[in-house]
Design a protein around this ligand. Structure first.
Ligand code: PLP
Length: 504
């Protein structure tokens, strides 16, 4: 177990922007007032709490007492499913009145003390990280962009999976961070490839990449999950090459058994996070309540070594400010002794994964019947998350062509840039249009290609973009309607409604 005093000094990873940003002096005063409730304060222009028109807020949430599988009964019983009421501001309860007042008042960047406590308990329930600290966020998209600014300077290089949660790297791109793609396979990042990039790093290019951004469970878009062995290997590389791991893990709780295997022990532990392996303080873990409670809450949290928290708080105090009070109190009440408690939350997320597993299996059965059977596409079965990564066999198309690998001189810094040698990308664009024309929207792989200058790879990613991301998070009706359309479009697209020759 890591003590924070054993953490290594990682201050050299902070960006120049972070180092010059000062604390917001007004927010500092709020902190002084919160830490010293006996002070008479004439300092801040806080609206008087008696003038806020809210006395009590009731949240009606699923009751978990009646069943072992709360998500199924919540869905099946609909409006008659039993609920429990979580109130804040009950005038007969001083603590609850105080909580509502605090949530409705100006706060400071890390979040309400009460919610920070429950989130720290949540971390202790699932991870081994006694010396790390937490900061509330407006969900993972917010957290990621802040962490990129915490660490990234113009001209820095960051590493990420070659296909990644597309919009996020673009946020760092905009302030001058450049991306280095790491090859992935069905098991996620290939540690050997990561090692190769770092070992062969040419100092002429600039500082060696000092941040790895990755989603270890149910990666978006590929659905892959890193094994414990790969996580250990990647962590060792982080120590050896001194980089920070940004662990964006919104699908942590959505873990499934493989089809046709006996159901796992319901008490089976969740995967060992990078956070739990972190003895140095070099993992920045990003959690979200979007996938397990509701994305509209806009609530999540970042777990870091203590070094990083004041800098994150400074950035928050000058940008979004702390998350909205109501989601914070809702979470506090939900996980607190009057709500589900941590044990109840655990039952909820375990039950949720059954529900998504059922959806995944429904998708899989339809996919095998209508798509895989055509011979034009395949997909691995995801063990976590919300996505199938469907490989389309563009090379089986009569109009497909590929030449020998080649480069041009347009890479940055005089480096050679690999160029596409096949028409795979054009095919995928055509297929996308054909799907839309047939009434189906799919996510083309090109959306998720890490934005790079093309100088790091031996083969252009355009030649490997023959994938579609499809989600099983929707309803059975949507899957029943959509997957047959894909099979039909593929048959028409390949110009052969029969079974193809699969000899290649
Ligand atoms: C990998 C990944 N990171 C971050 C997010 C954003 O999550 P949030 O809703 O918490 O902002 C998503 C949402 O789909 C995601 O898939």
């Amino acid at each position: 177990m890591a003590e924070s005093s054993n953490f290594v000094d990682l201050a050299h990873h902070l960006s120049p922007e972070t180092l010059v940003r000062k604390a917001n002096p007004l927010k500092d005063l709020i902190r002084v007032a919160l830490e010293n409730p006996h002070l008479v304060t004439l300092a801040n222009g806080n609206p008087h709490s008696s003038l806020s028109p809210f006395r009590r807020v009731d949240f009606e949430v699923a009751s978990l007492t009646a069943t072992d599988d709360p998500v199924s009964s919540w869905r099946a019983l609909g409006p008659s499913a039993p609920t429990q009421s979580l109130a804040v501001g009950d005038p007969s309860d001083a603590e609850s009145t105080q909580l509502l007042r605090a949530s409705m008042q100006y706060g400071h960047g890390a979040g309400l003390e009460q919610v920070l406590r429950v989130v720290a308990d949540l971390n202790a329930f699932y991870h081994t990280a006694p010396a790390h600290v937490v900061t509330m966020t407006l969900g993972n998209a917010d957290a990621i962009t802040k962490v990129f600014r915490l660490l990234g300077a113009p001209g820095d290089y960051f590493l990420a999976d070659e296909f990644t949660f597309g919009p996020m790297p673009l946020a760092a791109d905009a302030h001058g961070v450049r991306w280095v793609p790491v090859r992935i396979d069905a098991g996620g990042i290939i540690p050997k490839e990561l090692e190769r990039i770092l070992e062969e790093w040419d100092p002429e290019r600039g500082r060696r990449p000092h941040v790895l951004y990755t989603t270890p469970c149910g990666q978006n878009p590929t659905g892959s999950t890193l094994s414990l062995e790969r996580r250990r290997r990647i962590y060792e590389l982080a120590q050896r090459f001194d980089f920070i791991i940004v662990e964006d893990d919104p699908y942590y709780f959505l873990q499934y058994d493989l089809p046709n295997t006996p159901p796992a022990d319901p008490a089976k532990p969740f995967p060992t996070s990078f956070l739990s392996l972190d003895v140095d303080g070099r993992v920045i873990r990003i959690d979200s309540f979007s996938k397990v409670l509701a994305p509209g809450l806009r609530l999540g949290y970042i777990t870091t070594a203590p070094l990083f928290r004041p800098h994150l708080v400074n950035l928050i105090d000058f940008s979004t400010q702390n998350p909205s009070g109501l989601p914070q109190v809702l979470l506090t009440q939900l996980l607190g002794p009057g709500g589900w408690t941590l044990a109840g939350f655990d039952r909820w997320v375990r039950s949720l994964r059954h529900d998504y597993q059922r959806r995944r299996d429904h998708f899989l059965a339809l996919f095998e019947t209508h798509v895989a059977s055509t011979g034009w596409a395949v997909a691995d079965v995801p063990e976590a998350g919300m996505f199938f990564w469907v490989r389309v066999f563009v090379e089986r198309h009569p109009r497909f062509h590929a030449s020998a690998p080649c480069t041009d001189a347009n890479g940055s810094g005089g480096q050679a840039r690999v160029v596409a040698r096949s028409n795979a990308k054009e095919f995928m664009a055509e297929l996308f249009e054909a799907c839309v024309a047939a009434g189906l929207l799919v996510c083309p792989a090109t959306i998720f290609v890490l934005p790079t200058d093309g100088t790091f790879d031996s083969e252009s990613i355009d030649d490997r973009s023959n994938f579609l991301r499809l989600t099983f998070a929707g309803s059975e009706e949507t899957m029943n309607a959509g997957i047959p359309i894909l099979g039909k479009v593929l048959n028409e697209f390949f110009g052969n409604p029969g079974k193809p020759d699969q000899s290649d």
